[in-house]
Design a protein around this ligand. Structure first.
Ligand code: HEC
Ligand code: HEC
Length: 188
């Protein structure tokens, strides 16, 4: 019995020592490690653009075709998940950048105008101060810069494959948000 424990101990010691040796660089080569454990990503391969990270050669911007449909003629997208900020389905030509003096989005999306131009009204969450939990009689300043959260959609492939599938309470949330109603869910 004692002998067994001793053997196990010395095996652990040897293993421990070789682990240290690896750390200091004199142990197994990168290739050997690669075959045994998780694949090693070299510095050059880091990044998502499939090009050497240390050179700009061969780097092409992703080809993204944004929707050209003018506001009022665009087909709305399904929400990416429940209460995700909806993607902008129409062209934003001439509407960006949003500046302090000029926010074209408001011209169609403020709740009092939206129905007349068939735009989706800015929801009640954007007229609330979440610090004080109080309703405001104006758009919250934090919501002024619409394009900080709402972005135009383009038909591009994800850089990293993922298996995310959104869940919705009912089919309704694919088309509109219900955040104002669900905010206090579970809070008593
Ligand atoms: C000329 C009016 C007009 C302007 C200006 C405008 N929109 Fe729109 N927007 C619409 C209409 C109408 C729709 C509904 C889709 C359609 O008919 O094109 C819409 C849809 C949207 C949607 C999708 C909502 C949903 O529930 O799917 C978002 C997000 C949006 N707009 C954001 C913006 C932002 C951000 C700006 C400013 C950069 C902006 N819009 C400027 C008219 C406008
Ligand atoms: C800080 C992020 C943020 C900013 C800034 C913001 N939004 Fe939103 N917006 C959201 C999120 C998240 C939702 C979905 C949940 C909700 O309704 O609050 C949403 C929902 C919406 C909807 C859909 C409402 C519905 O009933 O389905 C519209 C339209 C919209 N925003 C327009 C705008 C416009 C126009 C601006 C600029 C004046 C703006 N938003 C600024 C995050 C933002």
């Amino acid at each position: 019995m004692k002998k067994l424990i001793l053997t196990a101990l010395s095996a652990a010691l040897v293993l421990g020592m070789s682990a240290c040796a690896n750390k200091s660089g004199s142990g197994a080569s990168e290739k050997e490690l690669n075959s045994k454990s998780a694949p090693i990503v070299t510095e050059e391969e880091l990044g998502l653009r499939d090009e050497n990270l240390y050179t700009e050669e061969g780097v092409k911007p992703v080809e993204a075709k944004y929707t050209k449909a003018a506001p009022g003629t665009a087909k709305r997208f399904e929400r990416s998940y429940e209460n995700a900020p909806p993607l902008i389905p129409h062209s934003v030509d001439g509407l960006l950048p949003i500046t302090k003096a000029n926010n074209a989005c408001l011209g169609c999306h403020m709740p009092e105008v939206a129905p007349s131009v068939k735009a989706v009204p800015i929801p009640p969450t954007h007229f609330m101060d979440f610090r004080t939990q109080k309703k405001l009689d104006h758009l919250a300043q934090q919501r002024f810069n619409c394009s900080q959260c709402h972005v135009p959609q383009a038909n591009v492939q994800p850089l990293v494959k993922n298996n995310f599938t959104p869940g919705y309470r009912s089919g309704e949330e694919k088309k509109k948000s219900n955040l104002i109603d669900t905010l206090n869910e579970g809070v008593h």
